[in-house]
Design a protein around this ligand. Structure first.
Ligand SMILES: [Zn+2]
Length: 184
């Protein structure tokens, strides 16, 4: 097979939206002024005296310490890159105002304004609180996906795709068990 034919074949074999791309910085999506403001002002949705982490210094624990700290389902996702079964998280239907923090370390990740109903069975967001995550590219499926993890504790949360709604076009597909919701 000639090289060009092979590339054409591979492109056709990939699911829509799964464009080949190299690992890189966190995709920012289309940050309209409204999204920029939403990202900047997430604290307006944070309850008074909410228990969240404010120090960005990395939280590093041993496997045993994480096991003691987390319920088994959260441990499997956050520390072993597991995926919860779709439609199992109570946070899928969560519509109250508030802030979503990391279940491992309480680092703030999303506000309720960033959430949308993707129909996938996992809590989904079209942008994040600034500094929430770092990303890597994983190849567990045949095509590369951008895996993202908590910027503070390194816990795995989900994957970000480029088939989300306007205005950013992003879909941050997050395991609900890795999140803790704090109502406003
Ligand atoms: Zn964390």
């Amino acid at each position: 097979m000639r090289r060009r034919t092979l590339i054409t074949f591979l492109a056709a074999a990939l699911p829509a939206g799964a464009a080949l791309r190299a690992a890189g910085p966190i995709p920012s999506g289309a940050l309209t002024p409204q999204v920029e403001e939403m990202r900047r002002n997430w604290r307006a949705l944070l309850a008074k005296n909410a228990d969240i982490a404010t120090d960005p210094a990395p939280l590093t624990l041993s496997k045993d310490e994480w096991r003691k700290r987390l319920p088994p389902a959260a441990y499997a996702v956050l520390r072993e890159e597991g995926t919860e079964r779709p439609h199992t998280s109570p946070l899928n239907g969560e519509k109250r105002r508030g802030v979503y923090a990391c279940a491992g370390c309480a680092w703030p990740l999303f506000s309720s304004e960033m959430k949308f109903d993707s129909g996938t069975g996992w809590p989904s967001y079209f942008t994040t609180i600034p500094g929430a995550f770092a990303t890597t590219t994983d190849y567990k499926l045949l095509y590369p996906r951008i895996e993202y993890h908590c910027a503070k504790c390194g816990g795995h949360h989900g994957h970000v795709f480029d088939d989300g709604p306007r205005p950013t076009g992003q879909r941050w597909c997050n395991n609900g068990v890795a999140l803790r919701f704090i109502p406003a």
